[in-house]
Design a protein around this ligand. Structure first.
Ligand code: THG
Length: 808
């Protein structure tokens, strides 16, 4: 077909994928052979083309905790070695579902390249679902932020979409990346035709649409993914022959990112607010939760800061007697999955920082590096920033200690700037200086000017390095003072720092007052202290005296909830995924609202909202799972207060993912939702053979069987399973669900081979309806068939999204 890059057939040549087939130890060999075959094919044809070594996403998502960064890294490295040995000219990390998986694969490729002393470019391509994000919930512009620091050949998208649907995401990517862009789309959105996947787009249309991508700045690599054939590619080749791609022209504003959003480092208005509360030394409350290993609570401390509009969170877990590495790993893994904003691991131990970075799919800030132990440790931390594509905070501390005067602060800043940019190649906008402040409340004369020196150093820093950021632990200024008084002093101090050019601040955002809301007299007293106006201890005494009985008007956490009814609170806690708050509330709510109503109306209603938000891309998968967990905990709790009849139903469903399919996110949610509705669910897991279904069905004297699967081929397996059930003389009701399934397939291919009732369950709520009918014995085969026939005439064959419909 005239292609310039021939992809290897090594997409799944990864140990943890091949393990499913008992050949995990052959990953390197298979990767090697894949590259070798491609290389030989090219030479036997006598054409000029490169071998693109394909590395797929595998079957597990690290950001959902399915697999660790280290295991991914090791496996990708094995495959990378094989591809290098086989002669690959390019690494293609493709069909990526999770930025953390991309980072592990990138590091593995980079290290394999170094170890084998070869020079091979690395391309990264992600799969964007029809809802506009990667499976884990990352949208293209966020991915561009995360990948910006990495030295990669290209960034792009493949699979998931046809060229029609991909266009708008390419346009977005083009605006925000400075790298070349690749696109290999599917031949349209797949359809399920009689249990076979069918890609409807013909070569001419495909070529026409894809070739037009060359009008977009930066799009330089075109190709085909699922459903494309040599004809598609030769048609494309004819169309683009001689066209010179446009240069990348996107601009990436200096930013950091979580999996779910990009956050500009330079906010307007400044500053970027960094939440300080998840700190084991700086917060007693957080420390106690950590000591008790109460991770619900640890999560709640973070959620509360998100509510108070922190832009990102500092995470510091070091505490005497605790294993910092373990605490860091657990806390950061939890936060990076369940907190929507970016993270800033905070530690003096590079190992603790690295373990945190291995949990973070987004773009983090490392807090921090300094010269206290000379260049060596500073270098180690800078190297981490470079490797993991993180921004970094550099503190004005050197071998002589923490700088007090503005002169020393700036000296150290210059030394740090030089080393970080020249030795480590960090980009200026990823460097954030912290010139640190001592408290001005110690009464020690040496520190009367601590605030002024800091403010002036910030001003100077801003003029020497305008592209670098700056930060400061604001609360340090007021250590030793009364809690209430600190709020005023911190707020005024922050105001002056920002005026001097401070771009970010580590704060308790719930304890900040806007400058405009503070009275003149309060401001004056604070400023006298900060600027040491009378050059004595007087400003400190005046300050203490003035604020003795003054309380800051800080809205309490609960006041936000005050205006909500109990029903609304239950709904809110479910959607927000707040388990502790929910259980606390239910303890009281169950006495005023009928528990049956809470479960069937309020909680189910809220869960439906979660489903809708997920469906239209407003809520990402990890948050959906979090809400489902809260749902389960709530129902478990309320169960004992439910009237006997609805407490537990006698109806039992055997539920499993069919043979050949490992996808179970949706199936497990169906399990939760049906269980919550009082049905007994026997979940037999993934890759379940029909004999497993039958065995569980008989052993549990079940009332129905539910089969799930994401792949198109799974729909065929469902049909074959129905035939087997019939042979076994089973006629029980069957529930079928999954992304690739539709009514038409069931009507045309399934009903005729099975004698019992078959329910098409588009989502878990259809499952509840079906189980309700089964329980009440309201199954009327004729009407069931008629009903679905009528509906199916309105339904398309198209597979509706990929995961959205599996879950709901
Ligand atoms: N610069 C950088 N990182 C930092 C700091 C800094 N990280 C840690 C710290 N300083 C910023 N974090 C805090 C957290 C809490 C407090 C101050 C700074 C604090 N805590 C109260 C106390 O200790 O009295 C409240 C205690 C409690 O609630 O139990 O003030 O400067 N780069």
């Amino acid at each position: 077909a005239g292609v310039d890059i021939l992809k290897t057939n090594t997409f799944g040549s990864l140990p943890w994928v091949l393990d499913e087939y008992g050949i995990g130890d052959r990953a390197q060999e298979l990767a090697y052979l894949g590259a070798k075959i491609a290389k030989e094919t090219i030479s036997s044809l006598g054409v000029n083309a490169f071998v693109g070594g394909s590395l797929g996403p595998g079957t597990k998502l690290p950001s959902l905790g399915h697999i660790s960064y280290d295991e991914l890294y090791d496996g990708y490295k094995i495959a990378a070695f094989g591809l290098i040995e086989g002669g690959a000219d390019l690494f293609l990390i493709e069909t990526s579902q999770d930025p953390l998986q991309i980072k592990a694969a990138l590091h593995a490729c980079q290290d394999a390249i170094l170890e084998k002393s070869v020079d091979i470019p690395i391309s990264v391509s992600a799969t964007i679902e029809t809802n506009g994000s990667m499976l884990i919930g990352t949208e293209v512009d966020v991915l561009a932020t995360i990948l910006e620091p990495f030295d990669i050949f290209s960034i792009g998208i493949n699979c998931g979409l046809g060229p029609k649907e991909a266009r708008k995401f390419l346009l977005r990517l083009s605006q925000c990346t400075s790298k070349p862009i690749s696109i290999h789309a599917n031949a349209g959105l797949p359809q399920n035709r009689g249990g076979c996947t069918f890609y409807p787009m013909e070569p001419e249309e495909f070529a026409d649409l894809e070739s037009r991508f060359l009008e977009i700045d930066g799009v330089a690599l075109l190709g085909g993914c699922c459903g494309t054939t040599p004809e598609h590619l030769s048609a494309l080749k004819r169309k683009v022959e001689g066209v010179i791609p446009k240069k990348p022209n996107g601009i990436q504003e200096p930013s950091i990112a979580s999996l779910f959003q990009s956050v500009p480092l330079f906010q307007n208005p400044a500053p970027l607010l960094i939440g300080e509360r998840s700190n084991a030394t700086g917060s007693k409350a957080f420390r106690e939760l950590l000591l008790k290993e109460d991770y619900e609570g640890v999560l709640f401390v973070a959620q509360a800061q998100v509510k108070k509009l922190a832009h990102l969170l500092d995470v510091s877990v070091a505490f005497a007697g605790r294993d910092e590495i373990k605490d860091m790993e657990r806390t950061v893994a939890l936060y990076s999955q369940k907190i929507p904003i970016p993270l800033m691991p905070d530690s003096t131990n590079p190992d603790a920082l690295e373990v945190a970075l291995k949990q973070i799919g987004g773009k983090a800030i490392i807090n921090s590096a300094n010269f206290e132990d000379g260049n060596e440790k500073f270098d180690r931390v800078c190297a981490l920033a470079k490797r993991y594509g993180a921004a970094i905070v550099c503190l004005s501390i050197d071998e002589q200690g923490m700088a007090k005067s503005r002169k020393r602060k700036i000296e150290i800043v210059k030394r740090m700037h030089h080393r970080a940019t020249t030795v480590h190649g960090l980009s200026e906008s990823d460097i954030i200086f912290d010139v640190l402040t001592f408290t001005i409340a110690s009464g020690d004369e040496e520190y009367f000017l601590a605030g002024v020196e800091t403010i002036e150093a910030i001003r100077e820093l801003k003029s020497i390095y305008p592209k670098c950021g700056s930060t400061l632990g604001i609360s340090n200024i007021s250590f030793g003072l009364d809690k209430n008084a600190r709020i005023f002093l911190n707020s005024i101090f922050l105001h002056h720092c920002v005026e001097a050019g401070l771009s970010s601040a580590i704060v308790n955002s719930a304890h900040l007052l806007p400058y405009s809301k503070i009275e003149g007299e309060d401001i004056r007293i604070c400023e006298d202290l900060i600027f040491n106006r009378s050059k004595s201890q007087k400003p400190l005494f005046d300050f203490i005296e003035h604020f003795r009985d003054k309380s800051a008007d800080i809205a309490s956490e609960d006041s936000l909830l005050e205006n909500l009814s109990t029903e609304e609170k239950i709904e809110l806690f479910l959607i927000d995924g707040q388990k502790d708050k929910m259980l606390e509330l239910l303890e009281v709510a169950k006495d005023s609202i009928n528990p049956e109503k809470i479960v069937n109306e309020i909680l189910m209603g809220a869960m439906k909202i979660v489903g809708e938000r997920f469906g239209n891309g407003d809520m990402q998968l990890p948050f959906v799972l979090q809400s489902a967990e809260v749902m389960k905990a709530s129902v478990d709790y309320l169960n004992r207060y439910l009237p006997k009849k609805s407490k537990s139903s006698s109806s039992t469903l055997v539920l499993g993912t069919v043979k050949g399919d490992v996808h179970d996110v949706g199936k497990n949610l169906v399990d939760i939702i049906l269980s919550n509705n009082g049905f007994k669910v026997v979940n037999i897991g993934i890759k379940a053979d029909i004999s497993d279904f039958i065995k569980a069905y008989r052993e549990n004297s079940a009332d129905a069987i539910g089969m799930s699967g994401l792949l198109v081929k799974s729909t065929m397996v469902m049909k074959e399973n129905l035939e087997e059930l019939k042979r076994e003389g089973i006629e029980c009701p069957i529930l079928l669900g999954g992304a690739a399934l539709n009514r038409k397939f069931i009507d045309e291919h399934c009903r005729s081979v099975y004698d019992g009732a078959i329910f098409y369950c588009r989502d878990a709520f259809d499952g509840i309806k079906a189980m309700g009918k089964i329980e009440k014995n309201e199954i009327d085969l004729d009407s069931l068939e008629r009903e679905t026939k009528e509906q199916s005439s309105n339904e398309e064959e198209e597979i509706e999204g990929s995961l959205g419909s599996v879950i709901y």
